[in-house]
Each structure stands twice: as structure tokens, then as C-alpha cells.
Design a protein around this ligand. Structure first.
Ligand code: 5CA
Length: 430
């Protein structure tokens, strides 16, 4: 993409109403714009981040055996009356009346809807287990939307729902999802720690939240340093992995267990703040019973399926990653989800050799690079590339171009390399 023809409206000034770094940087780097309190438009570069996060989520969900579908954002209130949550959900639910005076709502989550879909189509034990998810916008009328996309009112969530015949099956699904989540976060390029958590509005008695550590996080977290060495790709089995994840201590302040905490050696105790980027729940028959979803068992008896739900805050993740990965100059995107893998900075627009090198690089790198072809001072181009946080910057000017050389800068470390065009290209693509 050519920057001269892109809607990436960067800001030089720090927006006054943004209290934390990720919110300021998302506005300054031209990723999002607020359209109403807690409601954001995702501009082209921001949408690229959402799409890259979603693509990794999809691959790991598919690898764990989950199927993707797409449910609507608008739901009928009657579904929620069946489960009893229509009244219970309170003011966070955005309630809508259509022209026929029917009660609708903008979905804050989809347990009822997926249970209704399954109830209509799945009749026999032979059709279970199944695990379904979608990536869809949600609305929760938060009392205090804040920190930009971290606590929005409209936000993008991956929400998945598992249906099993018995407790053992549901627990295995829960474990598989925990592993899939840890793999997802690892591929995105961040460390997230699973912590025992309360179940709130969703219900049930087993739940873990996944937290990214950041000083501005909304939850206090306590964990054993053993988590810092975690590598889910090395897990021998789902069971062994779950055992390991749940025996090492980690809890949010709501679930903090002082007696267990005291047993951890002082040098391994870690205390800090976390941003919740995902949460998984096992809640058994709560929705299958209240909504009367049964399947016929092998012996002809009716079975209420055992359920769990599995959420990842896709739009929150974009902000949380920035909160964990930035410096004074701007964002430092992990390679896997950067809006652009590389930026090409043309320091002398109009110089034939420089233009040629930049044009060729742009063509070879394709859609995943941003070509700064504007008539701007070099200093401004450097500052904006650092602000936007591209993992690689390829810097081309007349002096190097005359010898077929460019400078390559790695944003995360500040390292710089003088390279031939071919070598620079190979390094960026490696
Ligand atoms: N149905 C379940 C899981 S499928 C559910 O709704 N879980 S949740 O309430 O924990 O939300 C899942 C994830 O969505 C959270 O972990 C969080 O990362 C994200 N999320 C929740 N509320 C907001 C919000 N107001 N703004 C941005 N992200 C949010």
C-alpha cells in the first residue's frame, strides 16, 4: 500500500482524553477513531490487525476441532426469557423494540442462541460432541467504557460453545480449549497466563481468565514465576498440559488464595496487574436444562448436554498487545499481527535510483508492506514508522541506492543493517 494514498491519519499531538498508552497510540497511529462513547471505527491499518488476530484464532480453533459459524448480532428477547437471563442481565444489555413492538436485543454473548440452534438440529447422542464458534461484534452497555478498545461498549469477540454428552467429555473440551488458547496467544507473540476466575453472568463453577501482564491492567494478579517459562507447543498431551497449567499457582485478586500463595518460595512470587484477553467457562447443564435441549442417549433416555463457553476478546487484544509492546516512540508490533510486516521509507522521492529500488521492493513485498512515498522530511518518516510500529523498516536514500544498498531497521531492538536490496528482502521475509 502507498502511504500517500492510504487513510492512516496519524496524529502528532497526544489526544487529551486518552489515559493509557495503548489508547493514545491507537489514535495517534491512525488505527481507530471513536464514533460514540465506547464505540470505535477500525480504520484500514487497525482492521488489518483485527483480521490477522482473527486468522490465527481461526487456525487454532480449527486445529482443536471447532467449527466456525456466524450468528447475528441482533437476538430475540424470547430466547433470553427461556434461560431466565433477560431480566437478570440488567442494564448492560442494549434492548431494542422493532416496529411490531417485538423485544429484541443486541447480543452481549450467545449461549442462548447457540443452544436454540443445537436444540433444533441435534437429536441423538451420535451427533455429539460438537464445538462451534463465531467471531462477531457484541454490545455491552458498560457503565464506564474506558481505555479505548480495552473496555468498549461494542467489541469483537470470538465466542465458542462446546456440547458434550457427559462431564468427562466437557472437561476434555475445556482442557483442549485452554491449550488452543495458549497456542493462539503464543503465535500472536504475547505471554498470557491462565488464572482461576469467577464466572459472573455466564454461570458455572469452573473458569479461567487469560491475562496479559501490563501495569495498567484492570485486575490484580498473583502467579508463580514458573509460568514465565511456559511453552504450550511442547505439551506432551492435553491432559499433561492442563495438569501443569492448573498446578502452578495463578489467580486474579478475586480468587486469590493466601494459604496456597504462602507455599510458593518468595523468589518465585510474582504480583502485578493483568488485562483479561480471554475467558473459558464450564457450566454443565445450565442452558441445556433451562432451554430444554436434550438428545436421545444410546439406551433411549433423554440426556441434557454438558456445555462450556470459550471467549477471546479480539478487539481488546489489539489494545492489550500495544499496552504490553510499546516504547516512548510508539508501538512495537509482534511480527504475526503487525498491520504491515515492513515499511519502505523513500528518503528522496523523485531520485530515480531511490524510486526504482523502493518501487521494486514494494512490488516484491506486496500487500503486507506500506510504502512511504510521501513528499515528507526524512525525520517525519522515521518518527511515523516508529509510531506505527512496523517490525521492519527498509530505508532507501540516494547515497545507498547508487550502490544498490538500503538500510534495514528492526523496530523491536533498534538494530540497523546496511544490506543489498536482495539481502534486505530475504531478511524481512525470513
Ligand atoms: N460467552 C462467554 C465466553 S464465549 C463470554 O461472554 N465471556 S466474557 O464475558 O468473559 O467475554 C469474553 C472476552 O471478551 C473477555 O475475556 C474480554 O477479553 C472480552 N470483553 C468482554 N467485555 C469487553 C468489553 N467491554 N470491551 C472489550 N472486550 C471485552
Amino acid at each position: 500500500m502507498r502511504l500517500s494514498q492510504s487513510l492512516i491519519p496519524t496524529l502528532k499531538e497526544t489526544p487529551a482524553d486518552a489515559q493509557i498508552a495503548s489508547h493514545r497510540l491507537m489514535l495517534r497511529a491512525g488505527l481507530v477513531r471513536q464514533m460514540a462513547s465506547g464505540i470505535y471505527a477500525w480504520l484500514p491499518a487497525g482492521l488489518r490487525v483485527l483480521n490477522k488476530i482473527s486468522a490465527i484464532v481461526r487456525e487454532e480453533q480449527a486445529a482443536a476441532g471447532a467449527q466456525e459459524l456466524l450468528m447475528p448480532t441482533i437476538q430475540s428477547a424470547d430466547l433470553w426469557r427461556e434461560s431466565g437471563r433477560y431480566e437478570a442481565y440488567g442494564k448492560e444489555m442494549l434492548r431494542i423494540t422493532d416496529r411490531h413492538e417485538r423485544d429484541l436485543l443486541y447480543g452481549p454473548t450467545n449461549e442462548e442462541m447457540i443452544t436454540a440452534i443445537m436444540r433444533e438440529s441435534v437429536k441423538s447422542y451420535r451427533e455429539l460432541p460438537q464445538n462451534l464458534y463465531h467471531i462477531q461484534w457484541k454490545f455491552r452497555d458498560e457503565v464506564r467504557p474506558r481505555f479505548g478498545v480495552l473496555r468498549g461498549r461494542e467489541f469483537l469477540m470470538k465466542d465458542g460453545y462446546g456440547f458434550d454428552l457427559d462431564y468427562a467429555g466437557a472437561l476434555l473440551t475445556y482442557k483442549k480449549m485452554m491449550l488452543a488458547y495458549m497456542r493462539t496467544f503464543q503465535r500472536i507473540g504475547i505471554t498470557a497466563i491462565p488464572m482461576r476466575a469467577d464466572t459472573g453472568q455466564i454461570g458455572g463453577d469452573l473458569s479461567h481468565e487469560f491475562h496479559i501482564l501490563a501495569p495498567t491492567g484492570e485486575s490484580g494478579v498473583f502467579y508463580d514465576a514458573a509460568f514465565e517459562a511456559g511453552d504450550p507447543s511442547a505439551a506432551a498431551s492435553v491432559e499433561a498440559f492442563y495438569e501443569q497449567m492448573t498446578t502452578i499457582y495463578a489467580a486474579t485478586d478475586e480468587k486469590h488464595d493466601l494459604a496456597a500463595w504462602e507455599k510458593i518460595p518468595a523468589e518465585r512470587k510474582r504480583e502485578g496487574r493483568g488485562i483479561e484477553v480471554g475467558q473459558i467457562f464450564y457450566f454443565g447443564k445450565k442452558y441445556s436444562e433451562s432451554m430444554n435441549f436434550t438428545v436421545t442417549g444410546q439406551d433411549g433416555t433423554k440426556i441434557f448436554p454438558e456445555m462450556g463457553s470459550y471467549g477471546i476478546g479480539v478487539s481488546r487484544l489489539a489494545g492489550a498487545i500495544i499496552e504490553a509492546c510499546h516504547d516512548e516512540a510508539g508501538i512495537i508490533w509482534p511480527d504475526a499481527i503487525a498491520p504491515f510486516r515492513a515499511a519502505i521509507l523513500n528518503l528522496r522521492q523523485g531520485d530515480a535510483a531511490t524510486d526504482k529500488i523502493c518501487g521494486d521492493l514494494h512490488e516484491k513485498l506486496g500487500q503486507d508492506c506500506l510504502y512511504d512515498d510521501r513528499e515528507e522530511r526524512a525525520g517525519a518518516k522515521f518518527a511515523e514508522a516508529d509510531l506505527m510500529g512496523h517490525p521492519w523498516q527498509i530505508i532507501a536514500g540516494p547515497r545507498g541506492a547508487a550502490n544498490g544498498q538500503v538500510e534495514l531497521k528492526r523496530r523491536a531492538t533498534g538494530e540497523r543493517f546496511e544490506l543489498s536490496v536482495a539481502d534486505a528482502l530475504a531478511k524481512v521475509l525470513s
